[in-house]
Write a protein that binds this ligand. Structure first.
Ligand code: UN1
Length: 500
């Protein structure tokens, strides 16, 4: 199906993607898929004001009823899963099953949010004063601004929007400049759900504004945006975080990762090899959870390298729509240049590089396909500590388990981590307070491909935010502590006397 056909199947009017200064290109072949308008700061400011008006009405709609809207949206996603997934593949270059997995992740978070819409619980708290009761309530927060990245062009928005909507917030979305069309399609599906929902949903409950930096900056700076939830590079987070803090807004940051897998002597190597391959080379190394480092015990290091090398060379690279292809293209030339620079740095820092070359350049001169790279490093040098958004796996060795833990934690990022071991002591130590310092720590599975039920995010330069499952919803609400006095006296707390 052509991109135009997919977009119209998904309900996007042609006028939305056939004019404008932002070009959407397919990483598959460099073809222009469509052109969209760059909204700009003024349009963003107006959208935030409309969103705030929507919030003022939506916060009064009972939460379970708000959940009904998200349920209807989940139905639209189920109906149009393959079309939206195909568009994700075209615009982000993901292989078909990963495109479908991404839409499934949206459906999953909708289901989660529907249940949550009846569970936005607060606590009751024992008061120290007689005849008093304390409790806390969670109330809608306001306008939630979402900044998303090209690599999960729709699922990460859905994590935020599904929760925000049941929490009683309105949503304004600034998608990646590289993936404006999947955003328009998602919005069109949301509007279908809105049309079926009924008149108690206010206009402008969820809006999408494509654009360049100025569009996003206006959102970041707008005092009516109560929460900015931003996914992307640490560089982007460093720009966004302080600006939101300067106006005392809330930020939820999900930034870079530098995720490692420790492989110990007792590990099931067949499983470890599979986990590492998907983690390192799946999505062409373009997930924030991608496995970027393996820390292998000296006794199994060489065997692991041999097995990984054999498997790496057999991975089918190419058009992500073709069956059997596991590694699609890099998103653009800048990603390719970044990868080549990292490999040159790795060589200069003593690394032994296998793979990494551009392939299919004759057939696809405007696209960037690469052989995934495996790099044996003499130690955790500067390039290993840096997140390069490409399929490069650095191999490191360790002798003592504590050294493996130290290496795992000695990078600036703290998103995901894993250990392959059959030794209970090692596994539990890895998960303990003195183990992995990441937001995600796994045993005998890889670093990527998290389910939506858990809280997703990480520490240090990853930004500290938590999205998706568990109690991440609390970031989208404001907490109010209530003390109710049902006695006839007015005692003060802490025994303070103020008798008049
Ligand atoms: C991201 O790369 O920004 O855990 C999100 C995973 C996916 C989400 C990744 N569920 O790999």
């Amino acid at each position: 199906m052509t991109p135009q056909h997919l977009l119209s199947t998904l309900g996007v009017p042609a006028a939305a993607f056939d004019a404008g200064t932002l070009e959407a290109r397919s990483p598959i072949d460099g073809q222009i898929l469509g052109r969209v308008a760059d909204a700009g700061a003024e349009a963003m400011n107006a959208a935030v004001e409309r969103a705030h008006a929507a919030f003022l009405a939506w916060r009064n709609v009972p939460a379970p009823r708000r959940g009904e809207l998200v349920r209807l949206f989940g139905e639209e996603l189920r109906t149009h899963k393959s079309a939206l997934a195909a568009l994700v593949t075209l615009e982000a270059g993901k292989v078909t099953s990963e495109g479908e997995g991404e839409v499934q992740e949206m459906i999953d978070i909708c289901d989660f949010a529907v249940g949550l819409s009846r569970q936005l619980h607060g606590l009751t708290i024992a008061s120290e004063r007689p005849g008093h009761r304390m409790m806390e309530q969670w109330h809608p927060l306001g306008v939630v601004g979402v900044i998303s990245a090209f690599n999960f062009p729709v699922a990460v928005w859905a994590w935020n929007a599904a929760l925000a909507l049941v929490c009683g917030d309105s949503v304004v979305w600034k998608p990646s400049e590289k993936t404006p069309l999947t955003a328009l399609a998602t919005q069109a599906l949301f509007e279908r759900a809105l049309a079926r929902f009924g008149s108690d949903a206010p206009a402008h409950l969820s809006q999408v504004l494509n654009g360049r930096a100025a569009t996003g900056e206006a959102m970041v700076d707008h005092p009516l945006v109560a929460l900015v939830s931003a996914t992307g590079s640490t560089r982007m987070g460093r720009a966004v975080g302080p600006r939101v803090a300067a106006r005392f807004g809330r930020c939820l940051l999900e930034l870079g990762g530098n995720n490692a897998i420790i492989v110990t002597p007792s590990a099931d190597l067949d499983m470890a090899v599979r986990g590492i391959l998907f983690g390192a080379y799946g999505t062409a190394g373009q997930r924030c959870t991608t496995t970027r480092r393996v820390i292998a015990h000296t006794s199994i290091h060489d065997e692991l390298v041999t097995r990984l090398e054999r498997a790496r060379k057999s991975l089918k690279i190419g058009d992500p729509r073709e069956s059997g292809v596991l590694v699609g293209p890099l998103v653009d030339q800048a990603a390719f240049d970044g990868m080549q620079k990292a490999l040159a740095d790795a060589r200069a820092q003593g690394g032994q590089v296998a793979g990494g070359a551009r392939v299919l350049a004759d057939a696809q001169p405007n696209a960037f396909y690469v052989e995934p790279a495996l790099v044996q490093m003499p130690g955790q040098t500067a390039v290993v500590c840096h997140e390069t958004f490409a399929p490069i796996l650095y191999m490191l060795r360790y002798e003592a388990f504590d050294d493996a833990l130290a290496l795992q934690n000695a990078v600036p990022q703290g998103l995901s981590s894993a250990i392959f071991t059959n030794d209970l002591r090692e596994a539990e130590t890895f998960l303990s307070a003195r183990g992995s310092d990441c937001g995600i720590a796994n045993v005998n599975i890889g670093t990527s491909g998290a389910e939506i039920g858990g809280a997703f995010g990480g520490e240090k330069e990853t930004g500290g935010g938590r999205e998706s499952g568990s109690d991440s919803w609390r970031a989208y609400m404001r907490r109010v502590t209530n003390t109710v006095n049902y006695s006839r006296a007015l005692p003060l707390a802490q025994g303070v006397k103020f008798d008049v």
